[in-house]
Write a protein that binds this ligand. Structure first.
Ligand SMILES: [Zn+2]
Length: 211
């Protein structure tokens, strides 16, 4: 499977583009900004975007979703528990001192257990609240990859001091949903470098005592 990961926007949110080599269908995760770059990569691989997935409704992850939706016609998936945060986009824009992005209409709920099929690949939605109430992670078993949004980072976990954050809940989500995955699973966090489940179990200070 084609997989491009690249930082978008001023907070360098990791956007992922997955593409099936045979059907040329693609799924884009967290188009926070730089939609022209995203479209250029999609075009370079000859892909058609079939789904846009938002890991959570923070502006750096969702900010470009409406532009990408307009350009591709693809439906947008987000967990409904982040609707309140999405409605605060003007407040979020003020935190960063940037213009408020166009509102994107969510087409389908990314609920726990939902599966998105792109070509031969099946993406599993794991509801992992804590960083925000509607934070999700996307697990791709066929590639042993996890898109973790801002729930789990290399050597850290997502902040829980923003509206809707919950420090106990994020640890419960990580324990109950993410640490069950194989140690070899590659973790692609919402910001920064990749890691693996095994590495974070061993070295992540925030998870000590959890495993
Ligand atoms: Zn966030």
């Amino acid at each position: 499977m084609i997989h491009e990961i690249f930082p978008v926007g001023m907070l360098a949110c990791n956007c992922s583009i997955f593409g099936d080599e045979h059907t040329r269908e693609a799924l884009v995760v967290d188009p926070g900004d730089n939609i022209a770059n995203i479209l250029a990569i999609v075009q370079r691989h000859g892909l058609t975007v079939k789904a846009i997935v938002i890991t959570h409704a923070h502006i750096d992850h969702i900010g470009g979703a409406q532009k990408l939706k307009q350009a591709t016609g693809a439906p947008v998936y987000m967990n409904p528990a982040d609707e309140a945060l999405q409605k605060m986009m003007d407040v979020q824009a003020a935190w960063l001192g940037v213009p408020t992005p166009e509102t994107v209409e969510i087409d389908a709920p990314a609920n726990d257990g939902a599966r998105l099929v792109i070509g031969a690949a099946e993406f599993h939605v794991l509801h992992t609240p804590g960083h925000t109430p509607g934070s999700i992670s996307l697990w791709l078993p066929s590639e042993r990859k996890l898109i973790a949004g801002d729930t789990l980072f290399r050597d850290s976990i997502g902040r829980t001091d923003l509206p809707g954050g919950d420090g106990r809940q994020i640890l419960r989500s990580i324990h109950d949903k993410l640490l069950l995955l194989d140690d070899e699973t590659t973790v692609i966090p919402g910001h920064g470098e990749n890691t693996t489940i095994g590495r974070e179990k061993q070295f992540n200070y925030f998870l000590q005592g959890l495993v």
